[in-house]
Design a protein around this ligand. Sequence first.
Ligand code: SF4
Ligand code: FES
Length: 251
Amino acid sequence: MINQNDQELQNEEGFREIEITVFKYNPQNKESKPEYQTYKLVETPGMTLYIALIKIWSTMDHHLSFDFVCRAGICGSCSMVVNGKPRLACKTRTSEFENGKITLLPLPTFKHIKDLSVDTGNWMNAMSVKVESWIHAKEETDISVVEKPIEPDVAQAVFDLDRCIECGICLAACSTKIMHDDFVGAVGLNRTARFAIDPHDERSDEEFYELIGDDNGVFGCMSLMGCEDHCPKDLPLQTKIAYMRRKMVKV
Ligand code: SF4
Ligand code: FES
């Protein structure tokens, strides 16, 4: 726990005070009304929004809800809208905001659970089923046999797309997702590209077309680049969407 004396001590050491305004609402509670609440706290060196929210939770508001697991940009659970842009809270430093004022909202397009907490997991699971996000081989896999080797550059390309952490930021930054609720988004299209370039997957372009050859798939994307601009893993999303679209147009 950080008490008032600690805060005063830190202020004496020259740290600035910052203001974090958080959207608070519990849709499960009929009496809850959407509102903003502002918390003032002393910024410490290297402070991330993860650290700031933990400080708020432990010293000021034990009812505040938000999601974190890894605090290292790996689990994808801490996505939220930070001063209007979807970002990972654990990888966002408070020092980036010169005036010290930060507003946090839950990620749009996902089911709102409470305050900054949303349910990305069920959506990601449904998307994985929809795009059949697993290797399709004609023959049954014999796990006693060593997997067929693939070219290093192909393996690297597959690995690159596998770096997706399912944070949902590409969907929160996507206008198509707002218009088409069933749009699989850059995360889903990236997933199909990952399997389309993997030689272990023997699906034909026609089979991929059945999964993503419509407005909820590759033809829904308007190439506004919001996904790629905000993806915290810098995945080449637009290039891979274009790759899948070229394949689907030929079907
Ligand atoms: S593609 Fe990027 S932004 Fe989208 S879910 Fe994966 S890591 Fe997050
Ligand atoms: S807490 Fe895991 S990505 Fe931020």
